[in-house]
Unconditional design. Structure first.
Length: 119
């Protein structure tokens, strides 16, 4: 994955031009579910059913679509094991996705610091 920036601070990724680095990141991980999916994949690979259990409010269709988008954007790798059904499909962060782990951890730390525990 090659990300470049020109003199006008425009960011180029996969043939797409972004006005700034933040807009590129928000395009890659923006929306309700992408960041959540990446969070649950940050420590280990998981099967689709494991992700569904981790994120109970996401529909199967939405999870499937978001995983495809994350794979297309190079953040997630989908590995298929076996040659005939039932296939074992595992999702994990790509090398590019691994580079995003410090951001996920910073977001988690920030939210932990802002959350007030009530009894």
């Amino acid at each position: 994955m090659r990300i470049t920036k020109n003199a006008a601070c425009q960011v180029l990724l996969n043939g797409k031009v972004y006005p700034c680095p933040v807009s590129m990141v928000m395009d890659l991980i923006g929306g309700k579910w992408k960041g959540v999916i990446l969070y649950y994949l940050k420590d280990r690979s998981k099967r689709f059913s494991e992700l569904r259990k981790n994120i109970p409010h996401i529909t199967e269709m939405t999870l499937s679509l978001q995983l495809k988008k994350l794979e297309k954007d190079g953040l997630v790798v989908r590995q298929v094991f076996g040659e005939k059904p039932p296939l074992k499909v595992v999702y994990e962060l790509s090398e590019f996705g691994q580079s995003f782990k410090p951001v996920l951890e910073a977001i988690s730390l920030w939210s932990d610091n802002e959350i007030t525990v009530v009894d």
